[in-house]
Design a protein around this ligand. Structure first.
Ligand SMILES: [Zn+2]
Length: 324
């Protein structure tokens, strides 16, 4: 690890590759980058890790930086801020979500339920979401944001002034903090070593006009590559020591998934996104159907913009290759 003034703290969680990473800097003010979900022993795990460093979670934390508004990264931010008075910093646009949780999450799930129905899943969309939704609601509470970050803002963490770089795609509000001198960044879920970040479909009310999750994710990967990012500290799992290679690997897997979708459309003529999901992934458990549909729709949107596929309005939506 090129960074020596940060304390990485890995917290075991039962999803997303088995753990999430909190990063703690002691100076200039005690700062946490991301915090674990609410519930379980996550709080006490973080508390005892900080105690070993001489800090109390309930009184000594002055700032919490949230890389993106997913419960496994902000779950107990509001709780800690209520105890210690810590400021919460998040990317511009994420504040509304964090401050109105869980109402915003409810709106998301209602939207995702109708998205699944439009995509052609049998039954009601909610059937596939209920279990995941309950976990989601129990795993976070609302958090008041003190500072909204924007592209180019600077954050001093330890002895380094990092730059905020917007890398949307997994969510519209993902950012990384980047140090150009050492070409390192703390990337949240934008770049993870062992899992490819899902470019999650976003409820239209939430995203900036024209936002398309997969297109944005591909653009963010290319942006990080152009910056020369070499080493990444992620929201889950181990650090990535060869970022250019990881980015090429992700872009190649997106490309091959796209080609598979095109060959399914070629073979089937017209079909729903859910039909494509079934062809691509056998035996997806219910709670992963949204992720599968989200990924396929991400590709279809990109292909639609390039006029390679066309959509027949639904419900359910039917897609086919243009000219077919
Ligand atoms: Zn995550």
């Amino acid at each position: 690890m090129k960074v020596t003034d940060v304390h990485p703290i890995s917290i075991p969680i039962p999803y997303a590759s088995g753990s999430m990473n909190v990063y703690f800097w002691e100076r200039p003010v005690p700062t946490l980058l991301d915090v674990p979900p609410d519930g379980g022993s996550y709080y006490s795990h973080l508390e005892s890790a900080l105690e070993k460093l001489g800090y109390r979670l309930s009184t000594d934390i002055e700032r919490i930086v949230v890389t993106h508004p997913h419960f496994d990264h902000f779950g107990i931010a509001g709780l800690i801020a209520g105890q210690s008075g810590a400021e919460i910093w998040a990317f511009k646009g994420a504040a509304g979500y964090l401050e109105s949780f869980p109402e915003e999450a409810r709106k998301d799930f209602r939207y995702y339920a109708s998205l699944l129905e439009d995509a052609g899943v049998p039954g009601t969309g909610m059937e596939y979401l209920e279990e995941f939704f309950q976990v989601f609601l129990q795993s976070a509470s609302k958090a008041r944001v003190s500072r909204c970050l924007e592209e180019g803002d600077e954050i001093e963490l330890g002895s380094t002034v990092y730059r905020v770089v917007h890398v949307p795609g997994h969510t519209p509000w993902c950012f990384m903090v980047y140090d150009a001198d050492r070409q390192i960044a703390f990337t949240g879920d934008f770049l993870i070593k062992d899992i490819t970040s899902n470019a999650l479909h976003q409820r239209p009310a939430e995203y900036p006009k024209g936002y398309r999750s997969l297109r944005s994710y591909i653009e963010s990967l290319k942006k990080a590559r152009a910056l020369g990012l070499a080493e990444a500290y992620s929201g889950h799992g181990e650090a990535i020591s060869d970022v250019p290679q990881r980015i090429e690997g992700i872009l190649a897997s997106i490309e091959s998934r796209k080609n598979l979708i095109l060959s399914i459309l070629e073979e089937r003529g017209h079909c729903t996104p859910f039909r494509i999901v079934k062809d691509l992934f056998q035996d997806l458990p219910d709670w992963q159907i949204l992720l599968g549909v989200s990924e396929v729709i991400g590709h279809l949107e990109v292909l639609e913009e390039k006029k390679i596929v066309q959509r027949k309005p639904g419900p359910p939506f039917m897609f086919s290759l243009c000219g077919r």
